[in-house]
Design a protein around this ligand. Structure first.
Ligand SMILES: [Zn+2]
Length: 267
C-alpha cells in the first residue's frame, strides 16, 4: 500500500480502497481494476469477520492480488484488536489499519505505536485514525468528530503511512448531505508524511470527491455502494446466474469510482 500511495501522491490522484465480503465481490473488484489498468486496495474490516471469517477470505483476497495483472494491496480495515491485526499480518496482508478513534488520543497513540511495531516486522504499512468517522463500519451509531491538527501531527510522528481524518464524514448511508471540513485538509497540507484517507465515501457527490482529492486525499474507501450493488443485482433462484450478476454489479460500481478518483491507466 505504501508504494501505491506514494505513486498517487506523485500523480495527484487517489487509490480506490474497495471493501470485499465474498468471492463474487473479490472477482468484481479485480475485473474492474484490470479493465481500468488501475492499482487498487482490496480490504475487509474487522467488524465484517463474523460474516466472512479471515481464515477463509484472506487467502482468497491474497490469491486475487497475486494473480492480478495490476498492483493490488490487501488491507485490514478498522482493525480494533491487536489479535486481529496480528492474524492479518501473519496471513500476509500488506497493510493494516489500527482504529483507536473511540479511545482518548493518548490511548489511540499507544495502541497505534504497538501496531506500527508489529507491522514493521513484516514490512507492512499502517493506517491510523484521528478524529472520528461517524457510525461504525457495520452502520452502528457513533458521533462523527473533527480531527485536531495537533493530534494528526502527533499520530504522523509514529511513522504511520496513512491517516484516516475525521472531517464530518460518516460510514453507511448519509441521512443528509454531509458538511465536510475542507479546511482541516488545507491545514494539514505539507505537514504529514502519511497520506490522508477518506472513509465513508459512499454517497458523496462527484464534486466533493474531486475537491477532496485535489486537497490531498490519496486513499478513498468505498464499502456501502459495493454491498448495495451486490444485493440489488440478485434475483430469482439460479445461484450461478446470481454469482455472475453480483460480480458484474460490483465491477460496474468499482469502475465508476476508479475513473472518478483518477486511477485509470496508472498501473
Ligand atoms: Zn472506515
Amino acid at each position: 500500500m505504501r508504494d501505491l500511495l506514494r505513486d498517487a501522491e506523485a500523480g495527484g490522484y487517489a487509490v480506490g480502497a474497495f471493501s470485499v465480503a465474498n468471492m463474487e465481490c473479490i472477482r468484481g473488484v479485480l475485473a474492474a481494476a484490470e479493465a481500468c489498468r488501475a492499482p487498487i486496495i482490496m480490504q475487509i474490516a474487522e467488524s465484517r469477520l463474523p460474516h466472512s471469517p479471515l481464515y477463509l477470505i484472506a487467502p482468497m483476497m491474497l490469491a486475487a492480488a497475486r494473480h492480478a495483472s495490476v498492483p493490488v494491496a490487501v488491507h485490514l480495515d478498522h482493525g480494533k484488536t491487536l489479535g486481529c491485526v496480528r492474524e492479518a499480518l501473519e496471513l500476509g496482508f500488506t497493510s493494516v489499519m489500527c482504529d483507536g478513534s473511540d479511545l482518548p488520543i493518548g490511548d489511540n497513540l499507544s495502541l497505534t505505536a504497538e501496531v506500527v511495531k508489529l507491522a514493521k516486522a513484516s514490512g507492512a504499512a499502517v493506517e491510523a485514525e484521528v478524529g472520528r468517522v461517524g457510525k461504525s463500519e457495520e452502520g452502528g451509531e457513533a458521533e462523527e468528530k473533527i480531527a485536531s491538527i495537533d493530534d494528526c501531527v502527533r499520530m504522523d510522528g509514529l511513522g504511520i503511512d496513512a491517516l484516516a481524518v475525521g472531517i464530518g464524514n460518516a460510514h453507511g448511508l448519509y441521512a443528509a448531505a454531509p458538511k465536510l471540513r475542507y479546511d482541516v485538509l488545507e491545514q494539514l497540507h505539507g505537514r504529514l508524511h502519511a497520506s490522508p484517507v477518506l472513509h465513508g465515501g459512499s454517497g458523496l457527490s462527484d464534486e466533493q470527491f474531486r475537491k477532496l482529492i485535489a486537497l490531498g486525499m490519496r486513499k478513498v474507501n468505498i464499502a456501502t455502494d459495493i454491498f448495495m450493488a451486490q444485493a440489488g443485482a440478485c434475483e430469482g433462484t439460479d445461484i450461478f446466474k446470481n454469482i455472475r450478476r453480483s460480480s458484474d454489479a460490483v465491477c460496474a460500481v468499482v469502475t465508476r469510482y476508479i475513473r472518478l478518483f483518477g486511477g485509470e491507466g496508472r498501473a
